[in-house]
Write a protein that binds this ligand. Structure first.
Ligand SMILES: [Zn+2]
Length: 74
């Protein structure tokens, strides 16, 4: 009897990355993908909108919806 010994190991379980917000971190949040695109990236927590003005822009933030924010983030 010459059966091939198939080594069927179970796939390593990957822990799911928690994407939950941590309200204890800061009073405001910066979207990393938007910030890495050279934008301000500040998130208005009350509305969940994101500022996509250039990084360190003068004046106040101009928050846009998630679709526009996704447009500048790669
Ligand atoms: Zn801003």
């Amino acid at each position: 009897m010459n059966s091939s010994d198939g080594d069927s190991r179970p796939a390593p379980s990957v822990l799911p990355v928690s994407s939950g917000e941590r309200p204890d971190l800061r009073s405001f949040h910066v979207r990393e993908d938007v910030a890495l695109a050279g934008r301000c990236g500040n998130v208005h927590l009350a509305t969940g909108r994101t500022c996509i003005l250039p990084e360190r822009h003068p004046g106040s933030c101009d928050f846009v919806g998630p679709e526009d924010a996704n447009g500048v983030a790669r």
